[in-house]
Design a protein around this ligand. Structure first.
Ligand code: SAH
Length: 261
């Protein structure tokens, strides 16, 4: 009997329908697949049944790693590490498909880290990740809605995002207290170039610092009231941060970088 550790966000998926939904989102056969947080291996077995070329799993919990090694002999590469310490872009030579049912705070951190660290080439073709429902709603939010914010702007910069489904607590054991959502991310072919993605984090942090207030103050702080930029991007300073669409934010970062180069 495996006792789930709360500290590692261990809620194991037990719902066969959900496991089948997750594994039918994208082609697995002959692909290189990465699963993060395999836990007891419920999703791992289903992924393996689709015959990937290679399956690599990254699990932090030593005890679960031992258990996985006993249950899945040769057809699996098991890395006993914290996903946050892994340099994913140097780990793989080929493009990978990623599945992850991680603790929710880590999912968000990992997603932002992956987007900000992305080099010219994408190291994945598809990310299938589970989030707390409220967080997923913020990731997929469009402008002019109350959920729109930094997370949606950063996530949508280089990725197309699709919500697959919501998942009830009953699909897990032990049952979490919250609803979950499954999201799928694909690389965008075209996206606005930004020299240093940290500037996107910085600019959105300053703009959304006071999300109910007009954008006049953050704009003036960053652009010293530059009227040319306002005209060029057609920005009205009496708007609120949530009223500027994705592209306007990316272009604002371009202007911010131009002023400093
Ligand atoms: N995917 C499995 C388990 C989900 S529970 C299933 O759906 O049944 C979350 C898993 O992530 C646990 O196995 C936990 O030990 C692992 N985990 C938690 N933090 C991690 C981290 N930082 N790096 C890697 N794995 C982690």
């Amino acid at each position: 009997m495996i006792r789930a550790k709360k500290s590692l966000g261990q809620n194991f998926l037990i719902d066969k329908n959900i496991l089948n939904t997750i594994t039918s989102i994208t082609e697995i056969k002959n692909k290189t697949v990465l699963e993060i947080g395999p836990g007891t291996g419920n999703l791992t077995s289903v992924i393996l049944s689709y015959k990937p070329r290679k399956l690599i799993v990254i699990e932090k919990d030593n005890f679960l790693v031992k258990n996985l090694k006993e249950n899945f002999q040769d057809n699996l590469t098991i890395i006993n590490e914290d996903i946050l310490n892994i340099d994913e872009s140097s780990l793989f030579k080929e493009v990978v498909t990623v599945f992850g049912n991680l603790p929710y705070n880590i999912s968000t951190e990992i997603l932002s880290k992956w987007i900000i660290n992305l080099k010219d080439k994408f190291w994945f073709d598809c990310l299938i990740l589970m989030f707390q429902k409220e967080v997923a709603d913020r990731i997929i939010a469009k402008f002019n809605t109350s959920n729109y914010g930094r997370l949606s702007i950063i996530s949508n910069w280089k990725l197309n995002i699709k919500k697959i489904c919501d998942i009830k607590p009953e699909s897990f054991s032990p049952k979490p207290k919250i609803d979950s959502s499954l999201l799928c991310f694909h690389p965008k072919k075209n996206f606005t170039k930004i020299k240093n993605p940290k500037n996107l984090e910085k600019l959105t942090r300053i703009f959304f610092n006071q999300r109910r207030k007009m954008i006049k103050k953050p704009f003036n702080q960053l652009f010293n009231g530059n009227k040319k930029i306002l005209e060029k991007l057609n920005i009205d300073l009496s708007l609120r941060p949530q009223n500027l669409d994705f592209e306007t934010y990316y272009k604002l970062v371009n202007e911010f970088e131009n002023l400093r180069s």
